[in-house]
Design a protein around this ligand. Structure first.
Ligand code: F3S
Length: 394
C-alpha cells in the first residue's frame, strides 16, 4: 500500500504513539481491503461511546490513546450511555456514571467534540457533496452517503478514531465511485405517508438487500425526518451503508437497467409495520431514534400541549437541537407534560433494562430491533401514537 512521506512518519512513530497506533490500524485495514493508498478525510463521527458497549477494555484503549493523541480533523461523537449532566435523574448508578464520564474525558482529551449525537448532520458536522469522511454510526453513515453525497465506509469505533488522529482513511469501498452503484431496484407501489412508513420499509428491505445498495423508485417526497428514519432502519436489519431514491438523492441519476428488482406493496408495508408488535402495555416510551430534528420536537410539543405523561417518556435529541427547541418554545411545553429530554444518549445505548423497564413503545424500527435483541418487549407505532401511549391512563 502506497504511503506518503507524512503517512510513513506517522507509521514510524515520529509523530507520537497514538498516531502510530492509529496509522497501524488504518494500514491493516487498507491491506485487508486492498486499498492502493490513503485518502484525506474532512470529518469524522466516532461511535463506540457508551460504557455499556465499551466496557473496561474500551476505556483502557481510549485512555492509552489520549496520552498523546489529538484529532486532526473535525470529529464529533455518538451518544453515550447516559445524560452527561442529568444521569442521576435518569436513574443511572454511580459506578456506571463514573466509568462513562472517564470515557468522555478521554475523548475530550483527544480533541473530539463532545456532541453525543447520532445526527451530527443536525448538530454542526455537515460534510459537503463529494467529500471523503470517516463516520461510524450506521444510520449517519447511510445518511451521509445517500442524502448528502459524502463518501464514507461504515467505520467501527477504532477505525473512525484512527481516521481522526491521522486525518486519513484507506481508499476502498464507498470512497470509490464504482462501489456506489445500486445493486437492487425497489419499486415502491404504496404511499409512504409518515417517517414511520420509511422506517418500516427500510427494515423490510434491509433484510433483503443485506449490505447491498437499494435504489428506490416511486417515492415522490422525503424530508430529513423520512430520510434519517430510512437510513437507520436499512442499516439495522441489513448492513446497508448507502441507498438511492430516484429524483431525490444526489447520486440517483445512474443506470439501473439489468439490475434485479422487486416491488414493495401496501401489503409489504403492513407486514413490515407488524414485525415489532409484542403484546401488552409498555412501561417506557421513547422517540428520537435517530435523534429528533427540530421539526419533530415541534410536532411532539404540539401533541403534548396541555397533556400529562403517565409513563416514562424519553425524547432523544442532541444538545444543539434542544437549544433550538428552547428558543422556539417547544422544550417548555414538552417538559411541562412530564416528558424528559434524553440528551447525550438514547433508549438503546442507555442501560434501560437495568433501570427496570421491560416493554418499550417507540416509532423507530432500529430501536425495536436492538431493544428486542436486548430482551425487552417492543411495540412499533407512529409518533402520534407514542404520545398517546405515554399519556394514556391504563
Ligand atoms: Fe441514535 Fe441510539 Fe438510534 S444512537 S440511531 S438513537 S440507537
Amino acid at each position: 500500500m502506497y504511503l506518503t512521506n507524512e503517512e510513513e512518519k506517522m507509521l514510524s512513530g515520529e509523530e507520537g504513539h497514538a498516531t502510530q497506533k492509529a496509522m497501524q490500524i488504518l494500514v491493516a485495514l487498507g491491506k485487508i481491503y486492498d486499498a492502493e493508498r490513503m485518502v484525506r478525510v474532512s470529518s469524522v463521527q466516532v461511535s463506540g461511546v457508551s460504557y455499556k458497549n465499551l466496557g473496561d477494555a474500551g476505556l483502557e484503549f481510549l485512555s492509552e490513546l489520549a496520552k498523546d493523541g489529538k484529532a486532526r480533523v473535525k470529529t464529533t461523537l455518538n451518544p453515550a450511555g447516559m445524560s452527561l449532566t442529568d444521569w442521576r435523574s435518569q436513574g443511572i448508578d454511580s459506578g456506571f456514571a463514573e466509568k462513562q464520564l472517564k470515557v468522555i474525558d478521554a475523548y475530550a482529551r483527544l480533541g473530539v467534540e463532545i456532541t453525543c449525537t447520532c445526527t451530527p448532520y443536525l448538530a454542526g458536522n455537515e460534510p459537503l457533496f463529494g467529500q471523503h469522511i470517516a463516520w461510524g454510526e450506521s444510520s449517519a453513515v447511510a445518511y451521509a452517503n445517500s442524502v448528502i453525497g459524502a463518501k464514507t465506509n461504515r467505520e467501527g469505533g477504532p477505525s473512525a478514531l484512527a481516521a481522526s488522529l491521522t486525518g486519513r482513511t484507506p481508499l476502498y469501498g464507498l470512497h470509490l465511485a464504482e462501489n456506489r452503484r445500486p445493486t437492487l431496484v425497489v419499486d415502491v407501489q404504496t404511499q409512504l405517508r409518515f417517517p414511520e412508513d420509511f422506517s418500516a420499509m427500510g427494515y423490510f428491505i434491509g433484510r433483503v438487500v443485506r449490505d447491498g445498495i437499494p435504489y428506490f423508485r416511486g417515492i415522490t417526497a422525503a424530508g430529513i425526518e423520512e430520510l434519517k428514519s430510512l437510513s437507520a432502519a436499512l442499516a439495522s436489519s441489513g448492513g446497508v451503508a448507502m441507498f438511492h431514491i430516484a429524483g431525490i438523492t444526489p447520486e440517483s441519476e445512474t443506470e439501473v437497467d439489468g439490475i434485479e428488482s422487486l416491488a414493495f406493496s401496501s401489503r409489504d408495508l403492513q407486514e413490515a409495520g407488524g414485525i415489532f408488535n409484542d403484546r401488552g402495555a409498555s412501561d417506557f416510551v421513547s422517540v428520537g431514534c435517530p435523534h429528533c430534528s427540530l421539526k419533530e420536537l415541534a410536532t411532539i410539543a404540539d401533541l403534548l400541549e396541555g397533556e400529562q405523561v403517565v409513563r416514562e417518556f424519553w425524547v432523544c435529541c442532541s444538545r444543539e437541537v434542544k437549544r433550538q427547541s428552547d428558543e422556539a418554545g417547544y422544550s417548555r411545553i414538552i417538559e411541562k407534560s412530564g416528558a424528559k429530554f434524553a440528551l447525550d444518549t438514547c433508549m438503546v445505548v442507555a442501560p434501560i433494562e437495568e433501570l427496570g423497564y421491560r416493554a418499550v413503545a417507540t416509532n423507530s424500527a432500529k430501536a425495536c430491533h436492538y431493544l428486542r435483541n436486548a430482551g425487552l418487549k417492543v411495540r412499533f407505532m407512529p409518533l402520534e401514537e407514542c404520545v398517546v401511549e405515554a399519556t394514556r391512563a391504563d
